[in-house]
Design a protein around this ligand. Structure first.
Ligand code: NAP
Length: 241
């Protein structure tokens, strides 16, 4: 075992996840690049290595039990454990999300990835995190999951989206339950909003860059011991629930 810290980033083949992997790599972490598509994952690994990062590919579909179990096994084998888990993978469910007309299957699919997927990955990685000296879990959420902002006139809350926005509210609520259960451990678990950044997720309409979006997740993945837990952050500070 070396002193090198290790991280796993889900959905790291592109967008914000790719930049989180690059940023943690630049900080000296050995990073598992979690991604479900072999070609996209290997392309990302090559690009990150070319940038000097110590990374390896981790086949990972967050909706699949066997895939997640295999990913945990690979992390142990390739990196000797896990210090920082960044649950970044997420989907929007597409544009047709008016509550009165949405296909319920769309809502279920989004919750499966954005909420249950995060729980599946977190629980599979927890035995390794519990063995770390300074374990961190970051859930990449969104300010559109803030019910306070959704009900405050003038707040930026994106389009009406009954699958995506409530999936992030649900994710935050789940995170709070984890923080309560893990309160007596050294695990710090927090939610991060990356801001509105240009990625495939929003047809590149975001106003910031994916690299800017990676800043808060990276900060939370590298919090010092005794840092906050069970909280919801954006670049400017905490976000109201
Ligand atoms: P993106 O470019 O579309 O990337 C999403 C990533 O998630 C991709 O790598 C995708 O893999 C992966 N993914 C989706 N379903 C998966 C599954 N079942 N298993 C494994 N990986 C899966 O979007 P992004 O903007 O970077 O989004 C990253 C996170 O930031 C998401 O959680 C999103 O909700 C959040 N966020 C984004 C914004 C924004 O403005 N962009 C704002 C707030 C929050 P494939 O390439 O295989 O599809």
């Amino acid at each position: 075992m070396t002193d090198q810290k290790t991280a796993l980033v889900t959905g790291a083949n592109k967008g914000i996840g790719f930049e989180i992997a690059a940023g943690l790599g630049a900080l000296g972490y050995k990073v598992g690049v979690g991604a479900r598509d072999d070609a996209r994952r290997e392309a990302a690994v090559e690009k990150l290595r070319a940038g000097g990062a110590d990374v390896f590919g981790v086949p990972l579909d967050v909706t699949d039990d066997a895939s997640v179990a295999a990913a945990a096994h690979l992390m142990q084998e390739q990196a000797g454990g896990l210090d920082a888990l960044v649950n970044n993978a997420g989907i929007t469910g597409g544009p047709e999300q008016a509550p009165t007309t949405v296909d319920p299957e769309t809502v279920l699919a989004v919750v499966q990835t954005n909420v249950i997927g995060v729980m599946r990955v977190t629980n599979a990685m927890l035995p390794m995190l519990r063995r770390s000296a300074s374990p961190r879990i970051v859930n990449v959420s969104s300010s559109v999951g803030s019910l306070t902002r959704q009900t405050t006139p003038g707040s930026f809350v994106g389009p009406i989206a009954v699958a995506y926005a409530p999936s992030k509210t649900f994710l935050n609520a789940v995170m709070v339950q984890y923080a309560r259960e893990l309160a007596d451990t050294n695990i710090l678990i927090n939610a991060a909003c990356p801001g509105f950044v240009a990625t495939d997720l929003n047809g590149f309409r975001g106003t910031g860059t994916a690299q800017q979006g990676a800043a808060t997740p990276i900060r939370l993945a590298t919090l010092p011991d005794g840092g906050p837990t069970g909280q919801f952050f954006e670049d400017a500070g905490t976000i109201p629930w």
